[in-house]
Write a protein that binds this ligand. Structure first.
Ligand SMILES: [Mn+2]
Length: 298
């Protein structure tokens, strides 16, 4: 496999076009960081696999009969070079790349890489939009103070963000937690969790508007692909049974895009399985539908 940092694929393939990063309505930023993996590896290959899979998407959305976006409306930046040994520095490198995109109010989609990366674009977005909320789709709470000896582990990303910005939080699809995280939740009224087991009991989609009600008008969305069930998303480092199905995630994302302004988002923790394209294709389609939902609203 070629080096993860030298690929030049762009999001959406030929029909989608490659926009100009200085003017495009949405900008995709590949951030192939893999520094603190605790179980299965491979997230550094996630951005490239997702970009390649996105080139295989047929470019008309089946629900509307319209293209996802107009050619050139979305631009893909070159992949960042991120030193694996220093999560804190990697996060600031990503924030620095995110700032010019957010300064002109383009929609930013960062592709991980492990979940650690989210602090970078969130920091840049929260500087631009004080009071920014954060929404996560994730099997895990990522609220540990440190993990595997690192404060910049993927298992600590929400903890770092909460400590730095104290945003209103909505975490969706969670189904795994440590005692430390359970105890922290009890002291943090601004963190709401929509547990996967509770979502599974819902009869319709009315829970979505209910759980997003406390969020401010502007939000950041982080999609850890392990929020989806491993039966539809096997290619991730720490799979958990009992996850969300693709259509539930799609309905949630579309409702969030409709009811709130998603200023930036990321898709993280994709760890491609060689010879099996389902995870990267599903990630790419979800990412394209997210971009379409955000751009379609503006
Ligand atoms: Mn996770």
């Amino acid at each position: 496999m070629a080096d993860a940092h030298t690929f030049d694929e762009h999001f959406g393939g030929e029909e989608a076009g490659q926009g100009d990063p200085a003017t495009a309505r949405a900008v995709v930023l590949p951030a192939p960081l893999e520094a603190t993996v605790s179980y299965g590896g491979g997230t550094k290959h996630g951005p490239r696999a997702l970009l390649r899979a996105s080139g295989e998407l047929e470019f008309v959305e089946e629900e509307t009969g319209e293209p996802y976006w107009q050619p050139g409306e979305v631009a893909t930046l070159p992949a960042l070079e991120l030193a694996a040994g220093d999560g804190e520095r990697a996060v600031e490198t990503i924030a620095a790349a995110a700032r010019p995109v957010l300064a002109r109010d383009a929609f930013l989609l960062t592709l991980g890489g492990e979940h650690t990366i989210s602090t970078g674009p969130f920091r840049a977005a929260a500087e631009r939009h004080p009071g920014l909320g954060i929404v996560g789709i994730d099997a895990h709470l990522d609220l540990r103070d440190s993990y595997g000896g690192s404060k910049w582990s993927h298992a600590c990303v929400l903890r770092r963000i909460v400590e730095e910005f104290d945003p209103q939080v909505l975490w969706v699809g969670a189904r795994s937690l440590a005692a430390e995280e359970r105890d922290l939740l009890a002291t943090r009224p601004k963190i709401d969790v929509a547990w996967a087991h509770a979502i599974a009991e819902e009869r319709d989609d009315s829970w979505i508007e209910r759980v997003i009600a406390p969020l401010p008008e502007k939000v950041y969305l982080t999609i850890d692909v392990d929020g989806l069930d491993p039966s539809v998303m096997p290619g991730t480092g720490t799979p958990e049974p009992g996850g969300l199905d693709y259509r539930t995630v799609l309905r949630f994302v579309r409702t969030l895009a409709e009811k709130r302004t998603i200023v930036a988002a990321d898709v993280v923790e994709l760890a491609p399985i060689e010879g099996q394209q389902v995870s990267e294709f599903t990630s790419a389609k979800l990412a394209a539908k997210l971009v379409a939902a955000v751009l379609g609203k503006k």
